[in-house]
Design a protein around this ligand. Structure first.
Ligand SMILES: [Zn+2]
Length: 148
């Protein structure tokens, strides 16, 4: 998963008419919450709400915490990963030269939502064999899966 170098939660976002535009047009979360027309344009995909690195942002409205913008894809991936991991007792366990997402007896389970290189897959596979573990992958994909 690629982490953003910019702030995960921000009071500001940029509005783009298309993804090639430079992020110049800045808006605060408070202005955004009041601007129903703009919210609608974001919803219909006419405009984009992004951080300085042009990642998609979503509004996080809260009565307890301060309202802010947060990263769309990163938070979704994290939630998916965390939800799965939380079904297990042993998580984030160092095995050999990797950290296993989950361990159940002699089985390692890795949850994969985003791109992973072939080298990384091979390396994790060898690592599990070297440490007498079986390796299972939990994979999700909303586009396609290349297995070679
Ligand atoms: Zn970002």
């Amino acid at each position: 998963m690629t982490k953003c170098i910019c702030n995960n939660n921000s009071e500001y976002a940029y509005i783009l008419k298309n993804k090639n535009d430079e992020p110049i047009n800045k808006i605060t979360i408070l202005n955004y919450i009041q601007n129903k027309e703009l919210q609608n344009e974001i919803k219909t995909g006419d405009k984009y709400l992004v951080c300085k690195e042009k990642h998609d942002l979503i509004k996080y409205e809260s009565l307890i915490k301060k309202c802010h913008f947060k990263h769309k894809s990163i938070s979704l991936i994290t939630d998916w990963h965390k939800d799965w991991q939380n079904n297990f007792e042993q998580k984030e366990i160092p095995i050999g030269n990797h950290i296993a997402d989950v361990i159940v007896d002699n089985i390692i389970i890795e949850f994969q939502h985003s791109y992973i290189s072939k080298e990384d897959v091979v390396s994790r596979n060898e690592n599990s064999i070297n440490n007498n573990k079986l390796l299972y992958w939990g994979v999700t994909s909303n586009t396609k899966l290349d297995i070679s």
